[in-house]
Design a protein around this ligand. Structure first.
Ligand code: HEC
Ligand code: HEC
Length: 476
């Protein structure tokens, strides 16, 4: 059975110009751009924590300045990040018990391969590193998305023995042709999703879904170490400066604070901290409970899931030591240095990046605050190329699924550091939240909404300038 789900769109979308692939040139004038900064040490993406490696392991090192004791915890966390988990009740001599009852993958690294990013499946391959979040309109008790009644917050295709998987997502692509300003044509591909073999009946008629590819997991502690005030200072929700760009922070449930906190992680800035993202991934993607998420995610209709054996004699699947180690690991992975920064073409591309307004959202530089217990991550000049804020990217990229304050067409500016090494580490160049873009050009051509003038600047550039801008992205 194939069930198509219609996207719920929002009234505000009607105000956004349709036609994201951008064949027309009706864009607003280019906003005033951030001043160009060509610092002498601009290759140091992660300050003193920057590592110098251009191999397949470039995303897998600890911060260069990480202290000895933190390195030990990093190594332990690395081990748990890469290992496969097994269902409760299976003979295991080890502490890797806690898979399921339903799950997407058996290890973190299945999706974040070598701490890099995932990609959508090719043909009829299974969905692994592209997962599908689900909800219905409305909010949960903490202002987050309301679970789809029969399937919960995401679709888990697999189950442990005796527990059915929830269903199989499929993606196909529709071509969307467009033309550069110089007449050269291009073809973007728009994903279309369907769901097969749904084990508990069709999705709710008003179900909303959001396919999201696994992002890289490097440099994240430095982003957590940036003071909230630094990020909020970049926001301009009412576009008071009139540059057409109105980034705003997401505020999400912070289970540690038992209150709302700034959202930093996930494609919609929908998680407050690496610890909560880690605990959430253990529960949602692998099925392992922890003290932060003590209950399995089994919707009422899923009887086998609810009856399945879980936990360790009443305790959660994961001990706190395991969760802590994986959290420290996620906090302390380094970012590789830029390459070829002084190459004239790369430098030309960097100038174009600023003059095209890209840097208005992909904010080049930040200084971290004081991160308790981690002098290594404190007061570092970092170059993430992100403002960590939500932006309306138009209808073409919209998932129509709100996530706390993020609307269906808003996404967090993803950091661009390290993006030039994705090809080396992950052997693909699939970009954007659902991996639809096949390379940097397509990623830029999908930009719309607040980023439309920027995209138009790129689309109408001479081919040599487009090439230089892409070379610059490759140097990050
Ligand atoms: C099934 C694939 C999958 C598995 C398994 C998985 N992740 Fe993820 N991960 C994702 C996706 C997709 C996102 C983006 C989530 C979102 O936008 O809501 C993500 C986001 C993250 C982020 C935030 C990255 C950022 O830039 O915001 C961290 C950290 C992370 N995962 C760590 C982990 C850890 C630790 C594990 C193992 C416990 C894990 N993940 C398992 C797919 C996966
Ligand atoms: C209004 C803010 C904004 C502007 C301006 C902007 N971007 Fe983006 N950019 C984003 C957001 C938000 C995303 C994520 C969209 C998504 O995944 O659906 C993104 C995604 C990207 C990606 C893919 C990143 C990834 O991890 O997959 C690249 C590459 C990129 N932008 C480059 C550029 C370039 C080059 C320019 C200038 C021509 C530019 N952007 C202008 C906000 C912006």
């Amino acid at each position: 059975m194939t069930v198509g789900v219609r996207r719920a769109l929002f009234v505000s979308f009607a105000l956004t110009l349709v036609g994201s692939a951008g064949a027309c040139s009706d864009a607003a004038p280019l906003p005033a751009s951030r001043p160009l900064e060509l610092d002498a040490d601009r290759e140091l993406s992660a300050g003193e924590g920057t590592i110098f490696d251009t191999t397949r392991n470039a995303f897998a090192y600890p911060l260069r300045n990480l202290s000895g004791p933190h390195r030990d915890t990093f190594a332990l966390g690395d081990h748990f990040f890469n290992r496969s988990w097994v269902p409760a009740g299976m003979p295991s001599t080890s502490d890797n018990v806690g898979l399921g009852p339903t799950f997407v993958a058996t290890s973190c690294s299945a999706c974040h391969f070598k701490d890099g990013r995932g990609a959508p499946p090719e043909g009829n391959e299974a969905f692994v590193s592209l997962l599908v979040r689900l909800s219905i309109p409305g909010e949960d008790a903490h202002g987050g998305p309301a679970d789809e009644p029969s399937y919960g917050g995401q679709l888990n295709p697999s189950g442990v023995p005796g527990v059915p998987g929830e269903g199989t997502p499929r993606v196909a692509y529709v071509d969307e042709p467009g033309t550069y300003g110089d007449g050269t044509s291009y073809v973007l591909r728009r994903p279309v999703y369907t769901f097969e073999g749904l084990a508990f009946g069709p999705l709710a008629a008003n179900a909303l879904y959001s396919p999201r590819v696994a992002p890289g997991t490097y440099g994240l502690g430095l982003l957590e170490a940036v003071d909230e005030s630094t990020i909020v200072a970049l926001a301009d929700p009412d576009d008071k400066d009139g540059d057409g760009i109105s980034g705003r922070p997401n505020y999400v449930w912070d289970a540690r604070k038992n209150a709302k906190g700034l959202g930093r992680f996930g494609w919609k800035a929908n998680k407050a901290t690496i610890e909560q993202q880690t605990a959430g991934a253990f529960l949602g993607d692998i099925g392992a409970t922890s003290s932060l998420n003590p209950r399995e995610d089994c919707p009422l209709v899923q009887a086998q899931c609810r009856a399945a054996k879980t936990g360790r004699d009443g305790a959660p699947d994961l001990g706190d030591k395991t969760l802590d180690a994986v959290t420290v690991y996620g906090l302390t992975i380094a970012v590789p240095a830029r390459r070829d920064v002084a190459d004239p073409t790369v430098e030309r591309g960097e100038r174009l990046f600023f003059s095209s307004g890209c840097a208005n959202c992909h904010s080049p530089k930040m200084v971290t605050g004081d991160y308790p217990g981690y002098p290594e991550m404190s007061r570092q000049t970092i170059r993430p190329f992100s403002d960590m804020l939500l932006h309306d990217m138009g209808l073409g990229l919209a998932d129509g699924r709100p996530d706390y304050l993020a609307t269906g067409s808003e996404w967090r500016t993803p950091p661009l550091w390290g993006i030039g090494l994705v090809k080396t580490v992950n052997r693909h160049e699939r970009f954007l939240h659902d991996g639809r873009a096949r390379g940097f050009d397509e990623a830029i051509l999908w930009h719309d909404g607040e980023a439309k003038p920027s995209r138009e600047a790129f689309r109408t550039m001479p081919a040599t300038d487009r090439g230089a801008l892409v070379r610059f992205l490759g140097s990050l």
